[in-house]
Design a protein around this ligand. Structure first.
Ligand SMILES: Cc1ncc(COP(=O)(O)O)c(C=O)c1O
Length: 487
C-alpha cells in the first residue's frame, strides 16, 4: 500500500469529510427555499472554472462548493422544469451507503441485500400500483432502458416463428403501435431491435393529446394488410409533453381482442394509483402485460431508479437468453429471482432498490401518496390560475403535475409565428432574469411554456409570481416590438 492509497482509504479522513459534507448539504437544503432554481452560466465559463480547479490540487470542500453553486437547484420552490424530482434527503444517505458497499445486483453472492430489497420493492409496488397478484419484475437504469427491456420480452412472447434471439429478425416484419405524443425512447427501442421505421406506427392523438384508440382496429388491420405483424400496443401514462393519459382500458380491450402484447410506459405517471383523486386515469394498467415506472420522476429518488413489472412474472425471464459460464446460466429454465442479471440488461447494476426501500421502510407507502397528491394538486391550481389571465392560454387541463400554457393576447393580432417567437423569448428571459426555471415544448407546431411541478414546497404564491413574470415579459416584448421586430 502506497502512502497515497493509505490516505485514499483512511476512515478518519472519510469521517471528517463526510461530516463536513452532510453539514454543507443540510445548510444547502435550508437555503434552497430562496435560491434561484437554475444558476446557469455559459458553458465555456463553467469549463474554465472547473479546469482551473483541476489544475491545482483541490480540497474536497472546494469541489463540493463549486458543485452546489453551479448545479440545478431541484429543491428550490422556483424549480418548475423537466420531470426530475427533488430527491428525499434520506435517499441521498442511501446513495452514500451504497457508494461505500458498492453492491452490484447481477448475482446474489455479490449483492445479496440489494437482490432481496429489489424483490421486496417490486412486490410492494405491484400491490401499491394495483397490479395483478401474479406480477413479477426487477429494477433497471431508467425508463428508456426499461421500455426496451419490456419490448424485448414482448418480442420473445409474441414472435410467431419462435426465437428472434437465435435467428435474428429474418423476413418477419414486426411493429408496435404508440401514441404519436409518446416519448422518443419507444421509437429508439424499436430501431435498436432492428425493426426500422416501419416498426413504429404513431397513432394520432386527440385534442387532449391522448391516443385515438377508436382508430386502433383499423390501424392494426391496415398494418397486417401491408405484411406487418403488430406485436405490441404501448399506452402512455402519461405522455412527456403534456402528461396526458391514454385510455388504458380501451387499449387493453383492443390488445386482448387481437392477441397483442400490451405495454404501459408509466415512466412519468405509472404511480398514479397512489393519488386517490386520480386513480381512474390508470384503471386499465392492471391488464397490461408489462409496465414501467420511474421512481426518479415522481417518487423522490435520485436517478436512475426504474421498476419493470410483468403481469405474468415469468415473462421477466424471457428477455435475455445468454450463457456466461463464469457468472450465470441464463437458460437454466428456472426462475432464479435472486440472480437479477439474468433478467436485466445491466451486468453490474447499482443497488437502486435501497433508495425506494429506505423510503418505504422509514416513512411507509403514505409518503408516496402525499408526494403525488401534493405535486399534482399544485399543477391543478396552476391551471386554474392560468385561466384567470386573459392573456394566457392553457394547452390542456393537466392530469398530473405537468402544465403547458403560453402568453397569447388575442387582441394584439399576432400571427402563430409571432406567438411562437414571443414565448421562446419569454422563456429565455424567465431563465436569465428571474429565479424560476421553466421549459418549453412544441405541440402541433405551436410553442408552449411547460412547467413540471416536482417540489411540494412550491406554493400558490410562487406559481402566481411566475405567471406574473411571464405576463410582464410578454407585454414588454410586445411594446418593444411596436418599435422594432424582436421576434
Ligand atoms: C413517458 C416517458 N417515457 C420514458 C422516458 C425516459 O425515461 P428516462 O429518462 O428515465 O430514461 C421519459 C422521460 O422523460 C418519459 O417522459
Amino acid at each position: 500500500m502506497t502512502p497515497l492509497l493509505e490516505q485514499v482509504y483512511d476512515p478518519n479522513d472519510f469521517r471528517r469529510q463526510g461530516h463536513a459534507l452532510v453539514d454543507r448539504l443540510a445548510n444547502y437544503l435550508e437555503a434552497c427555499p430562496t435560491l434561484p432554481a437554475n444558476p446557469l452560466v455559459e458553458p465555456e465559463d463553467l469549463l474554465t472554472t472547473f479546469r482551473t480547479l483541476l489544475a491545482k490540487k483541490a480540497k474536497p470542500e472546494e469541489l463540493y462548493e463549486l458543485m452546489l453553486r453551479h448545479s440545478l437547484h431541484l429543491h428550490s420552490p422556483a424549480y418548475m422544469g423537466h420531470q426530475v424530482n427533488p430527491p428525499a434527503p434520506l435517499t441521498a444517505l442511501s446513495d452514500l451507503l451504497n457508494g461505500i458497499i458498492n453492491g452490484s445486483t447481477a448475482i446474489y453472492e455479490m449483492g445479496s441485500t440489494g437482490a432481496v430489497m429489489e424483490r421486496l420493492v417490486i412486490e410492494a409496488f405491484a400491490k401499491l400500483l394495483n397490479l395483478s397478484p401474479t406480477t413479477g419484475g426487477f429494477m433497471t437504469n431508467g425508463g428508456t432502458l426499461a421500455n426496451l427491456t419490456a419490448l424485448l420480452a414482448a418480442r420473445a412472447a409474441k414472435w410467431p416463428e419462435g426465437d428472434a434471439w437465435k435467428g435474428g429478425n429474418g423476413h418477419f416484419r414486426p411493429c408496435v403501435l404508440v401514441n404519436e405524443q409518446a416519448h422518443y425512447c419507444i421509437d429508439r427501442a424499436v430501431r435498436i431491435m432492428g425493426w426500422g421505421e416501419e416498426g413504429i406506427i404513431n397513432v394520432p392523438s386527440d385534442e387532449a393529446y391522448k391516443m385515438k384508440t377508436e382508430q386502433l382496429d383499423e390501424i392494426i388491420s391496415d398494418a397486417r394488410n401491408r405484411g406487418l405483424t403488430p406485436l405490441a400496443i404501448i399506452g402512455s401514462a402519461g405522455t412527456t409533453s403534456t402528461g396526458s393519459f391514454d385510455d388504458l382500458v380501451a387499449i387493453a380491450d383492443v390488445a386482448e381482442r387481437h392477441g397483442i402484447w400490451f405495454h404501459v410506459d408509466g415512466a412519468h405517471g405509472g404511480a398514479l394509483h397512489l393519488d386517490p383523486d386520480r386513480q381512474h386515469l390508470v384503471l386499465g394498467m392492471k391488464r397490461a402485460d408489462s409496465v414501467i415506472v420511474d421512481f426518479h420522476k415522481t417518487m423522490m429518488t435520485p436517478g436512475l431508479t426504474t421498476g419493470v413489472f410483468f403481469k405474468d412474472g415469468s415473462d421477466a425471464y424471457r428477455t435475455f437468453h445468454q450463457k456466461a459460464d463464469y457468472l450465470l446460466s441464463f437458460d437454466s429454465g428456472e426462475e432464479d429471482w435472486a440472480n437479477m442479471g439474468r433478467r436485466t440488461f445491466e451486468c453490474t447494476k447499482n443497488m437502486m432498490s435501497l433508495r425506494v426501500f429506505s423510503l418505504l421502510s422509514v416513512y411507509g407507502p403514505e409518503v408516496f401518496r402525499d408526494y403525488l397528491s401534493s405535486v399534482n394538486n399544485i399543477a391543478a391550481r396552476c391551471a386554474k390560475a392560468v385561466r384567470q389571465f386573459p392573456e394566457l392560454e392553457l394547452a390542456v387541463l393537466p392530469e398530473t403535475n405537468i402544465v403547458c400554457f403560453r402568453y397569447h393576447p388575442k387582441t394584439k393580432g399576432l400571427s402563430l409565428e409571432d406567438v411562437n417567437g414571443l414565448n421562446q423569448m419569454i422563456r429565455a428571459q424567465i431563465i436569465q432574469e428571474t429565479d424560476f426555471y421553466i421549459v418549453q415544448t412544441k405541440l402541433r407546431g405551436l410553442v408552449w411554456l411547460r412547467c413540471t411541478f416536482t417540489n411540494p414546497m412550491t406554493s400558490d404564491e410562487h406559481v402566481g409570481k411566475m405567471l406574473q413574470e411571464v405576463k410582464a415579459r410578454g407585454e414588454a416584448l410586445i411594446d418593444l416590438r411596436n418599435g422594432m421586430p424582436v421576434f
